[in-house]
Design a binder for this molecule. Sequence first.
Ligand SMILES: *Cc1c(COP(=O)(O)O)cnc(C)c1O
Length: 387
Amino acid sequence: MNTYARLPIAFDHGKGVWLWDKDGNRYLDALSGIAVNGLGHDHPDLTRAISEQAKRLIHTSNLYRVTEQEMLSERLAELSGMQEVFFCNSGAEANEAAIKLARLYGHRKGITSPTIIVTEKSFHGRTIATLSATGNRKVQAGFEPLVAGFIRVPYGNADVIQPTAEHLSSIVGILVEPIQGEGGINVPHPDYLPALRALCDTHGWLLILDEIQSGIARTGNWFAYQHSGVRPDVMTLAKGLGSGVPIGACLASGVAAGVFGPGNHGSTFGGNPLACVAALTTLNVIERDGLITHAKQLGEFLLTALSTQLRDQKGVTTIRGHGLMIGIELDRPCTRLVMDALEQGLLINVTSDNVIRLLPPLVMKHEEAEELIKRLIPLIKRFLAEG
Ligand SMILES: *Cc1c(COP(=O)(O)O)cnc(C)c1O
């Protein structure tokens, strides 16, 4: 079906941060298939682990114990401090699990019509419930009636929640991205998550963090919330978790743990041996190769280089980000830049119409980051000069 405005290019193979098209042209990947290929392309540890697992078992179903899934649960619990994990196959599904969990949590407390607070400019997925939670009319238009049970507040301001929520005894949780991805790489003030945590503690709400884009070392920590010193009750993961082998996860702890029992939720494919081995290998390589510290340092280098070299450019509104999640906001729509960059052998993205988004692989080397700057800056300058 015609659901994507695709660029006129097909890749043939890749290595590290480089991709080659069918004609042998080489491209520098500064997008990682939208924050998925953290280990870059053709990572030897990953391809070996996947091939070996494929020879043993790909899928058995959740009718049986799955050893690789148990190992991955333990690893994720260890890294996040969360207690329980449900596995699925995508980000939207992980958020579906979180929404169902929050509703069930509410019903158990006698709340018959549970409501979840969500934010403007958020993105949570394309299923009917997650597009209803999403704060973007373009994603929702034509798919009404939307799922009820969400109320929307501006992003980044915890003070607006108390007055909105005061007369609502039906609230069960707050669902937010620690950094908004699709919404334009919006980095909230460091006080934001602690303020949300305090509100949730006061009212007995669940703090539900969508770390689907920001998680798995992307921001220079395993999870973006770890910069804030607070812990969520529920967290969702997907994108970078399996390095391209589809896997999503919904984690719970504290009062959110133990809410689901047998029969409340499920997935045929979710957490199959192949996907779990891809995820376990991803986590092991990130740790072994020090990619968290690397993402932090490389992100700082990129942010500084971009800020220095674009400082005098009138059309550049802000440059912001955390780790390897970077946005350059221009004062005008700039979707055309994606095609300009492609012609220069560079893969970038534009989100929210006017924000250039960079999500390079975690394995990008310093020289490659320099090459990225060298290719990107002239493109932006030329674009702005043309008016
Ligand atoms: C990509 C994304 C999703 C949806 O993930 P899919 O795997 O495309 O369903 C949800 N939330 C955030 C923050 C995302 O970036």
